[in-house]
Design a protein around this ligand. Structure first.
Ligand SMILES: Cc1cc2nc3c(=O)[nH]c(=O)nc-3n(C[C@H](O)[C@H](O)[C@H](O)COP(=O)(O)O)c2cc1C
Length: 210
């Protein structure tokens, strides 16, 4: 089984990565494979609502979004990490996730259906819980079980060295990794025991006018 850890920071080895690395180590110790996916520093377009994904099952922009969606199809779980920028998730990961989840819905591929997810945030000081709330909303619209830890998933620091001093933050990350590993093993055992996926209804789309 494999979990993809998305580093939504422009810093490949920064604070967000330091937190994700701790989650990955705990997952590995529990026998779960991990793969890092770095958003890096290239500009990431937001969704332009062009509808290309509904016709072609891909995002119109040939970039890391489509690359990630290919990997996501085969992955068993996800950790999305972001630095806190102005008390919100970073702009790059926000654009990335808007397009990832919209393309997944448009394509009908269901790469995230009932796969566990968690968000992890890194901040110098404030805006962490607002950022976590923001990121968790992507999971709850896609039927993804959210894995939690013994506190909200945050580390504090302005440098990786400072994050490594946040002992409670790192413990939260290790607990998160172990909890996700446990969930993945339970899900696999359930599938092996013949527990079927829930029946799915045809989607209804209403609004408050029609
Ligand atoms: C544009 C920008 C906005 C930021 N806004 C906040 C903020 O609202 N609250 C906070 O505590 N830290 C803020 N920071 C600091 C980062 O969240 C913090 O240094 C984080 O740990 C960096 O993670 P990284 O090394 O993975 O990029 C901001 C940093 C930048 C560059």
């Amino acid at each position: 089984m494999k979990v993809i850890l998305v580093n939504g920071s422009p810093h490949k080895d920064g604070c967000t990565f330091t937190a994700l690395e701790e989650v990955a180590k705990a997952l590995n110790e529990e026998g779960i494979d991990t793969e890092f996916f770095h958003l890096g520093t290239k500009p990431l377009n937001g969704c332009i609502a062009c509808g290309h994904c509904r016709k072609h099952q891909r995002c119109v922009f040939p970039d890391s979004v489509n690359e990630f969606l290919d990997l996501a199809q085969e992955a068993d779980g996800f950790i999305f990490g972001s630095p806190v920028h102005y008390a919100a998730a970073g702009g790059a990961i926000t654009s990335f996730l808007d397009r990832v989840f919209y393309t997944d819905s448009g394509s009908g591929k269901q790469a995230f259906y009932l796969k566990p997810a968690a968000a992890v945030v890194s901040a110098r000081r404030a805006g962490t819980t607002a950022s976590l709330d923001q990121l968790n909303r992507y999971f709850t619209i896609k039927e993804m079980p959210i894995i939690s830890s013994k506190y909200w998933n945050m580390v504090h620091g302005n440098t990786p060295e400072e994050v490594r001093k946040d002992e409670e933050g790192l413990q939260i990350m290790r607990t998160l990794g172990r909890n996700m590993a446990w969930f993945l093993k339970c899900k696999e055992a359930g599938i092996r025991a013949g527990i079927p996926f829930p029946s799915q209804e045809e989607g209804l789309r209403t609004n408050f006018i029609r």
